[in-house]
Design a protein around this ligand. Structure first.
Ligand code: FES
Length: 314
């Protein structure tokens, strides 16, 4: 397991009925610095098992000493967000990983277009501090439902003025993605964070409108979706594992003491790439291409089929 830091919860704020913000300070020493767009893994010792969820770090990266995250309560979750919302209070101690950045700001861009859906606003809270401090050209488009998922909307509207564009689903307003991508200054970069359908729509539109892949950046931190239980065999050790429906393959491997490198735990970073030798795979990642999927899988999100055994090269 990568290095862990013990932190104490110094503040909890209920931002909306379903979004809570948590502030952490180091129990010993100083928290490492981070760049905007970074996330940390948080260990969540729920009653059933310890989950590791990834959350974006909010706020100005140049202000040391405190980390902040905002968490949306997911009704259909495996318990991580519920644990944070219902159990964690000021003074509690938690363990977190060191920050990693899979969603960095491209400082050479001539113009930055930020698109957030709901809790996808979180990485942009750090971006905005940096963009404003450097005087960069940018615009923020934020889709939310007022009174439910509109965390930070009032603050951002006031702070950003005409660079803030809000779309309130409760008022029937919708983010018109196609128009947003047209006629942007040369050298613009697009950043998207939000639900999967928003990411899919933007990526498809950007491609059809001729945006090069290097100018479109996106982040998805979805906890792995549950599925059917399946069985796995590790070819090198001969170990056999059963993966329950509400565990990811990565979690099952970790529980069995098998260390697999990982960062995002959401099928996007490529860190956990694992070769398999035989068996049926339900690929759910956003990283491997079709050819690579013939011999590798991402155990943080992908699963084996319900019949037969998946043989991993581990
Ligand atoms: S940990 Fe990032 S793709 Fe699996």
């Amino acid at each position: 397991m990568s290095a862990m830091i013990e932190v104490q919860v110094t503040q909890v704020r209920q931002l909306t009925p379903v979004v809570r913000e948590f502030s952490f300070a180091a129990v010993d020493g100083v928290l490492p610095g981070f760049s905007c767009g970074s996330h940390v893994q948080v260990l969540l010792p729920t009653a059933e098992r310890t989950l590791r969820n990834a959350y974006s770090l909010l706020g100005d990266p140049r202000q040391n000493g405190i980390y902040r995250i905002a968490v949306r309560l997911q009704e259909a979750s495996r318990g991580g967000s519920r644990y944070l919302h219902e159990q964690v209070k000021v003074g509690d101690r938690l363990h977190i990983g060191v920050p990693s950045n899979l969603f960095a700001l491209h400082s050479q861009a001539r113009h930055h277009i930020l698109l957030a859906g709901g809790i996808g606003i979180t990485p942009f809270m750090a971006y905005l501090a940096e963009l404003q401090a450097s005087g960069a050209s940018f615009e923020l488009h934020y889709a939310y439902r007022s009174g439910l998922t509109d965390a930070y909307a009032d603050e951002l509207r006031e702070r950003l003025g005409e660079r803030f564009h809000g779309y309130d689903a409760a008022a029937g307003q919708r983010l018109a993605c196609a128009g947003l991508l047209r006629d942007k200054p040369l050298g613009s970069h697009l950043y998207v964070c939000g639900p999967q359908r928003l990411l899919n729509e933007i990526r498809t539109l950007a491609e059809t409108q001729g945006w090069s892949a290097g100018r479109v950046h996106w982040e998805a931190f979805a906890a792995p979706e549950p599925g059917q239980p399946f069985s796995v065999e590790l070819a090198r050790s001969g170990q056999r594992l059963q993966v329950p429906g509400d565990h990811s393959l990565l979690e099952a491997l970790e529980a069995a003491g098998v260390d697999v490198p990982n960062l995002c735990r959401g099928g996007v970073c490529g860190q956990c790439t694992t070769r398999y030798l035989s068996g049926e795979v339900e690929h759910r990642d956003h990283y491997l291409d079709e050819q690579q999927r013939g011999e590798a899988l991402m155990p943080c999100v992908s699963r084996g089929g319900c019949s037969g055994t998946l043989l991993l090269d581990l």
